[in-house]
Write a new protein. Sequence first.
Length: 190
Amino acid sequence: KVRLTKDGNAAASGEMVFGHARGVKDFAMITLGTGLGFSHTQNGEIQFSPLGSPATSIYNRPYREGSLEDYASKRGFLRSYAEVRGKENPENLTVAMIGGMCGEGDKEALQSFYNVGEILATELKPLLEEFNIECLLFGGQISRSFAYFEPALQHLIDEVPSLKHISPMKNLSTAAPLGLLSKLRESLGL
């Protein structure tokens, strides 16, 4: 028997069993990379759409002149950096490079990450309140630079009564395989 699951849901399963969401009934996970993903649980159960994908999509939510993914994914971080600098980015610039500049204290890079963090905070707040989210985790490659957009998110802990914890996933590289392993173990009764 073959079972398929979306990578975001597999990662959420991994964090529920082996990560920061262990023992948390209502948590949400944002994945930041080429795209923008959102998974969440209610009463300890990952929420799925009828087609098996995450129950709530945020990537395609209208935002400014496009979708939220245009402003809070790889292209969003690159856009933010260009806007802060007031000029086009070099052709080979990556979000990891901007994150590296943040680590060196570059003010424009830090501001661009903060700006994307504010966008995420504003757009996530209603969902976090609606689902009574206790723990908000970030995954995907961009989350390796979480420390640089975290300051824009921290006020959510004060503004969303249920929210107690915001951080990157504990197992950034291995959450999805760990989630698949936990589901396999569960299906085998181990």
